[in-house]
Every structure is written in structure tokens, then in C-alpha cells.
Design a protein. Structure first.
Length: 282
């Protein structure tokens, strides 16, 4: 039996819309073993059947890609990542399914190969990349191939995820985005995104406070999150910074101080993850 632990991620990281994501030490765990037929335990009702489960869809896509006969498995999920909260829960299923297939077939694929296989199922590289590689990542596509780069994150930075008690579907968050953007807004983001990796590496919160001023998605999605404006002000007033996590409804607070008691909401104090972990167990 294999235990596959896939971390939660925070994508669309402020000015890094659709390009930047970061992984945290909050894991969805999948216990996978050989079986006579597919068996699923612990998944949300409505997604616990072989033909409608994203984990199994990703798992089977691996076999199709390499022209292999599908090997049935049993999968028990321990769900720790909240769903539809902008923390990459769907990506954990896809990444977990691809890693499971790689282990079950004993094909030794690189993380880069697994990254591209996962993106054939889950089309959000800013979630998939950090889930696989860990840490802070950027990603892009060229001629149908995806590439990812990992960056260092200073251990002095504190991360706090604020989780409202309501969900926002990704498709709904996409609908509020404008159909076109102005050159000044694009340049505004580009001029900041190039400095973001150094700010994380050096733990430079003051620079992050300048950089985290997105003009492409947060001004529109903020209207879907009723706590956004109040919580952003609290973060800024206390030497921190706030961004929408993924497409919401969760928000990510970054600071060098412990700001946990300032936010009256469900919250998780998290640390950086090194990516997906696989262990063999009884």
C-alpha cells in the first residue's frame, strides 16, 4: 500500500494570475493499494464512483497515455483540504491520481513528466506545479509543453489562511473577470511580478506590501468575498499583506508577525510544503 500526501496550494498569487502558486503543509492523503476492482472510500458523496471521480480519471489517463492495461486499485482518502475554497483541492485529486498510477505501474517518471500528465486533466498549472514541486512556483506553456520553476521562501515568513464558511466555484470567479484589460494594468502587474521571487526569498514583507497590488483579478473577485476589504485593511495595518487564495473564498495573509488573533474567522496557520510525498505502508 502507498500513502500519497498532496499539499494544499494557493494559486493566482496576487499579481501572479494563472502563473504563480505556493504549497502548504496541509495535505489530502490517499491510501492506494492493488485491488480486484476499483474501490473508493472517503470521497465526497457524488464523487465516490469510478466514473465520476477526478482521482480515478487522472489515474486512468496515465494508462491511456502509455497504452497500458488499467490496473484496478482501492483508494481511501483522508480529506484535510477544504473544497471550493481556493486551496487547490481539485489539484490534489489529479496529482494524487497521476502519482498513484506512476507507483502502481512502477514507471519512474520525473516530476516534470508528472506535471505535464496532470495538466492534461487539471488545467490550472499554478495549482498543480506547487502541489508537485512544493514551495513557491511559476509556470508557463510553450508549444503544448508546460514548464515550472521553484523559488526559495524565507522561513521567517508566516502564512495564515482565512477560510470563510461559504464556497466560490472557479467558474463563477472566472465570470466576474473582464473580457479585456488595459495596457497600464498589464504593465502594472508585470513590473511587480518580476520582483516577487526575491521578496519571498529575502522575507521582505515591505516589498511584498508594494508588490501585492493586483490589477487583473482581485479587484473583481473581491466583490465575491464579503470579508475581503476589512481583512485586507487589518493585514496592512499590522505590517502584513493579504491576497485572495486561488479564486476564493479563502484569503492568504503573509507577515513576519503572528496576526492570528486579529481575524475573527476560521483560520489555519501553515508552513511551506516541499511538495507531494509518497511512502510505502502496511
Amino acid at each position: 500500500m502507498y500513502k500519497i500526501s498532496v499539499p494544499a496550494t494557493s494559486a493566482n498569487l496576487s499579481v501572479g494570475f494563472d502563473t504563480l502558486g505556493i504549497a502548504f503543509d496541509l495535505y489530502n492523503e490517499f491510501y492506494v493499494d492493488y485491488a480486484d476492482k476499483f474501490s473508493l472510500v472517503g470521497f465526497d458523496e457524488g464523487y465516490n464512483k469510478e466514473d465520476n471521480n477526478l482521482f480515478i480519471k487522472a489515474y486512468k489517463s496515465f494508462f491511456k497515455k502509455f497504452g497500458l492495461e488499467i490496473i484496478p486499485i482501492s483508494v481511501k482518502m483522508v480529506c484535510n483540504v477544504p473544497t471550493s475554497r481556493g486551496l487547490g483541492s481539485s489539484a490534489t485529486l489529479v496529482v494524487g491520481g497521476i502519482f498513484a498510477a506512476s507507483k502502481i505501474t512502477k514507471l519512474r517518471l520525473s516530476n516534470d513528466e508528472i506535471f505535464n500528465l496532470a495538466l492534461a486533466v487539471e488545467h490550472h498549472p499554478d495549482n498543480v506545479a506547487p502541489a508537485i514541486y512544493g514551495g513557491l512556483t511559476s509556470s508557463y506553456a510553450s508549444n503544448g509543453v508546460y514548464y515550472a520553476k521553484q523559488y526559495d521562501v524565507n522561513p521567517d515568513l508566516n502564512f495564515l489562511v482565512l477560510i470563510p464558511d461559504y464556497k466560490i466555484k472557479t467558474e463563477d470567479a472566472r465570470k466576474v473577470l473582464p473580457s479585456s484589460l488595459s495596457y497600464p494594468d498589464i504593465v502594472h502587474n508585470l513590473s511587480r511580478i518580476v520582483m516577487l521571487p526575491d521578496a519571498f526569498k529575502n522575507g521582505d514583507v515591505e516589498l511584498l506590501r508594494d508588490i501585492f497590488d493586483d490589477h487583473l483579478h482581485e479587484p473583481y473577485r473581491a466583490n465575491l468575498i464579503k470579508e475581503y476589504q476589512d481583512f485586507k485593511k487589518i493585514a496592512l495595518d499590522n505590517h502584513g499583506v493579504l491576497a485572495i487564495s486561488g479564486s476564493g473564498s479563502s484569503m492568504l495573509v503573509i507577515s513576519k508577525l503572528d496576526l492570528e488573533d486579529l481575524f475573527d474567522i476560521k483560520k489555519l496557520k501553515l508552513h511551506i510544503s516541499t511538495g507531494t510525498e509518497i511512502t510505502q505502508c502496511e
